[in-house]
Design a protein around this ligand. Sequence first.
Ligand SMILES: Nc1ncnc2c1ncn2[C@@H]1O[C@H](COP(=O)(O)OP(=O)(O)O)[C@@H](O)[C@H]1O
Ligand SMILES: C=C(OP(=O)(O)O)C(=O)O
Length: 572
Amino acid sequence: MINPQLPARSDPHVIVYNPPACTAQVHYYSQKKSLPSHHPPAHHLRLLLLCLLRLLALARASQSQNLTLMAAYAGTAGAFPNLVARSSPAARRLRAAHPIRASAAGTTGEAAMDVVSEAELREKGFMGMRKTKLVCTVGPACVEALPALARGGMGVARVNLCHGGRERHRAAMRAVRRLNEEEGFCVSLMVDTEGSQLLFADHGGATSVKAEFFRNNGAYCFIYVCLTSWSAFILISGILVGDELVIDGGMATFEVTEKIGNDLRYIEFGIAEGVDCIALSFVKDDNDIKQLKAYLSRRSLEHIKIFAKIESLESLKNLEDIIHASDGVMVARGDLGVQVPLEQIPAIQESIVTLCRQLNKPVIVASQLLESMVEYPTPTRAEVADISEAVRQYADAVMLSAESAIGAYPQKALSVLRAASERMESWSREENMQKLLPQHQLAIALPDRISEQICNCAVEMANNLGVDAIFVYTKHGHMASLLSRNRPNPPIFAFTDDANSRKSMNLFWGVIPLHLPLSDSMEDNFKKTISLMKSKGSVKPRDTILLVSDSDLNRPCAATSVFQSIQVRLVE
Ligand SMILES: Nc1ncnc2c1ncn2[C@@H]1O[C@H](COP(=O)(O)OP(=O)(O)O)[C@@H](O)[C@H]1O
Ligand SMILES: C=C(OP(=O)(O)O)C(=O)O
């Protein structure tokens, strides 16, 4: 269990930080922290005043009323103002400016690789292929740039339903799906939920403000205030009816009178829009995940993967159970850094990443990786070091938040994220050429133990023999994940005939998911894939491929007998 040490939080000190496109945050810390150097002091002072004025307005507006937690949602007018309709002249201009080679992804019955991996393979060869996956938060700043982001390596588009309007979310998600269908990308869609909301006043301000406060009942608790043009929201973890909330040392006191969950509506929205995964905010324990999984299962939607956001003390206490119950995890360092002293975040991140890899669950490192690029075209050295550290720890994915959603340089931020992670990957590969990562046994039942051992051995062989690529034929992506867990040197090409499995493998480190109508015959599968990849110039004679397969791919997932094999083939 990760056990952070919390300092006493007396004598709060206020820091205001303001990404340019309209968000201000007020953090209360027990100790003085320096402001980010690229924000001039006058700028901070102005923001601090602005923020305090807002809080005062908020307090005044709330004096006469009790707080009511409501299942409410307000979109922000003007978010995604430049959304381009598919057939609009603007869209045509965009496509002409950024031609993308169309691919027959999954439509012709032949194997299909996404256009980005295909280009990467052609340009850099097997060993140059990117391993760490890139997640971009979609917002007003990048809707027009979605094709460029997809081309730049965005593997997952995350839509945070906490911000912006529902129509805009829908349009963005549909735009991503169209890119996949028409342009041959394979970008998965993630929606991020927001936990409970507290609606209490209408301010008519043009911006949104986030603030964190203490709870007045002695417990350590944070609230998140978001003022949009219509409403003010407070979003908190673990708030109870009857709690008293105090803002800024008594400027205003509120009583919580009602609490209504809101996430389910967002989840329904995501389902209707065909999301591939849901990031669940403020997960407390494995029950939160199990309940959502049961809900999805009742509707035969098991293919939607649940990522638990680790962003509270409670989630740290129940970390192992949460990881077991989830399909993946997000280290949500933004909110986590509110509840845990900042200096403990790096160690906590490393523990979570390591545990996720051991337990075979993909893990995303999120928040502030390139925060300065919200405003500036170049990153700080410290930010590049931060990305490199997440990559060195073998996180499956790194994520852009405000950098891509509202930043001035979303494409540039993605290319920095990509370049920094590629550089560290290749350095780390050279450093650890023949080293195997320590693995602890996951499986209990014999068939599962066989799969695990096959994959461990396959990676050891692949590294020792220096093969060019690993091919795995997989129904549900499980074998691909077991290979990925060992972080092999060569890339893993995972062939599946299940479109949902393909999308779910998008967050596995080092895995390139491909669509392929699978047959029970390993020989047929291999011939099909090799001839396709040869025709695209992706493999050449004398390339060495290590093959891993269930020989009976059509057996049910939990069958008791398995016949799996490892083969090494030379391409003729
Ligand atoms: N769809 C959107 N519309 C408008 N603004 C957005 C959108 N998504 C994200 N943002 C902005 O980007 C910032 C960073 O996004 P994110 O990390 O997802 O949220 P948060 O700040 O709540 O942690 C948000 O604070 C918000 O200002
Ligand atoms: C990713 C995070 O969550 P959100 O963006 O939803 O606040 C975070 O807190 O780091």
